[in-house]
Design a protein around this ligand. Structure first.
Ligand code: NAD
Length: 497
């Protein structure tokens, strides 16, 4: 039976886990609150699932792996086809769930579902990858002859630990490939806004996936720690902040598990004096302020070069003042609230520290007023900070909020040096009309994703999502390297008398 999100929430105000295709109450002594951040109203309680719940999910996934891994890949693919149709049918419902619980606008919610469909599409081609078997016949020249071949096998249970900002898309970057290649999954979503992905689990059941192939446990860091340390977990995928990525990567690798961790960011944008004015400013503003700046690919620092400051600053400020902050479910809202009160407070503290260190507010979003009925929401207006020096925390650390710190550089070389100075390497962007500078930037910017005249450099699912420095831990990527990450090689030698 097809569930809709409202009946789901009225049935499961205390969010369940999803184990063996069943929604089960978690064995939790403590519940956290999950909100509609635009209303500041609690919509669900999130259990801290116990070790026992994690063990049950892993035991379901391990048991399911025995049969699932030996089903023909073309059969496994059929579930994916059905899942894709369900996601398409449920587009509005899923966008609504994302918007309500994360605070993104409906347009941004639909965007996340579109990206989820892209991940499903890319996994539909996986049998072609899987056919990549290497075989050498008669390798030794003896009699009888020996043949040697390399095949790939799924590994077992993968744990996926995901962040709050894309609660459906991020687990779905990995699940379609992982399960179609024959593995099984336990997801531990962010405790802030797990409603959309907990609801999404019902679609796996509806698509007909056998019991135990995809499971979910709600909880916090204690739940994920128990999960990643468990002997029955073969591999770990983590997406979230860098300090947590560092811990998870070392814990997973120390116990012989394969791991990939996509982590935090501080994405610099260089604005050259020769940038094409209107589309560049429009695009930069959307990059910094859409989703209230809570994207790992959101620009984090604007570096103006020479005359660019005088040429663009007024236009930039005027455009930012027009952004309509409001309740995320209203169609005319440009940007919704932050996902949590804690996140909002952290951003305000960073702004205050920067102001204390001499930064000047050209636009100050700290006291942004929304309509009275939304006044309990976690809103923050857009802020532009001028006179920022590259050494200030606001110029170096991820803000994850609607803030644009501006650093002025006198030349392209100086701007590039500032852009490369940081500890992160997720993306780097340049706005220019010059092919020469664009090319030099692409060559010398030390980041995984480079954009020219585009603020948000999100590679689509057919490319890897690389990151450098503290933005990525691991070797293989979950997208283009999915075959290598989610399968293991085996060499089989045969001689027949
Ligand atoms: P977070 O690191 O606080 O939490 C991510 C997940 O890790 C959550 O499920 C959380 O419960 C769990 N967790 C937290 N502490 C843990 C611990 N000590 N041990 C085990 N698990 C733990 O991140 P967040 O605030 O949810 O998300 C925002 C961060 O994610 C930002 O830094 C952003 O840049 C990053 N992010 C990166 C990408 C990327 O692809 N590089 C994509 C999205 C978000």
């Amino acid at each position: 039976m097809s569930l809709n999100i409202d009946s789901f929430l009225s049935q499961y105000r205390k969010l369940p886990d999803f184990i063996d295709n069943n929604y089960l109450e978690a064995d939790s002594e403590r519940y956290l609150k999950s909100y509609d951040p635009g209303l500041g109203a609690e919509i669900a309680e999130v259990p801290i699932s116990s070790s026992k719940n994690v063990d049950e999910a892993l035991s379901a996934a391990s048991e399911a792996f025995k049969k699932w891994s030996s089903r023909p890949i073309l059969e496994r693919l059929q579930y994916l086809v059905r899942l894709k149709i369900l996601v398409q049918e449920k587009m509005d419902e899923l966008a609504y769930a994302l918007s309500m619980n994360v605070g993104k606008t409906l347009r941004e919610g639909r965007g996340e579902v579109m990206r989820t469909l892209e991940a499903l599409d890319s996994a539909l081609g996986v049998p072609h990858l899987f056919m990549n078997v290497r075989k050498l016949m008669n390798i030794g020249g003896g009699d009888p002859e020996i043949d040697m071949e390399m095949v790939r096998e799924p590994l077992g249970v993968f744990a996926i630990i995901s962040p709050f900002n894309f609660p459906i898309m991020i687990p779905m970057w990995f699940i379609p490939m992982a399960v179609t290649l024959g593995n099984t999954i336990v997801v531990k979503p962010s405790e802030l806004d797990p409603v959309p992905i907990t609801y999404f689990m019902s679609l796996f059941r509806e698509a007909g996936y056998p019991n135990g192939v995809v499971n979910l446990v709600n909880g916090d860091s204690s739940t994920s720690q128990h999960l990643i340390k468990h002997k029955d977990v073969a591999g770990v995928v983590f997406v979230g902040s860098s300090p947590v990525a560092e811990k998870i990567y070392s814990t997973a690798c120390a116990s012989g598990k394969r791991a990939l961790c996509q982590a935090g960011a501080k994405n610099p944008v260089i604005l050259m004096p020769d940038a094409v004015p209107e589309p560049s400013i429009e695009n930069i503003v959307a990059g910094f302020f859409d989703m209230a700046g809570q994207r790992c690919l959101a620009p984090g620092l604007l570096i103006t070069v020479g005359e660019a400051y005088n040429r663009f600053i007024e236009m930039l400020v005027n455009r930012v003042k027009k952004i309509k902050i409001g309740y995320q479910l209203l169609e005319d809202t440009d940007t919704g609230p932050l996902a949590s009160l804690k996140g909002k407070q952290k951003v305000i503290e960073m702004i205050e520290k920067a102001v204390g260190q001499g930064a000047k507010t050209l636009v100050d979003g700290r006291n942004y007023k929304v309509e009275e009925k939304y006044s309990k929401g976690f809103y923050l207006g857009p802020t532009i900070l001028d006179d920022v020096s590259p050494d200030m925390e606001i110029a170096r650390e991820e803000i994850f909020g609607p803030v644009m710190p501006i650093v002025r550089a006198s030349s392209f070389d100086e701007a590039l040096e500032i852009a490369n100075r940081g500890e992160y390497g997720n993306t780097g962007t340049i706005y220019t009309s010059s092919g020469k500078y664009a090319r030099e930037f692409a060559r010398k910017m030390n980041a995984g994703n480079i954009a020219v005249n585009m603020a948000v450099a999100q590679p689509n699912q057919y490319f890897p999502f690389p990151g450098r420095k503290r933005s990525f831990y691991g070797v293989l990527h979950g997208q283009i390297d999915a075959l290598d990450f989610f399968t293991d090689r085996k060499v089989i030698m045969q001689r027949w008398w």
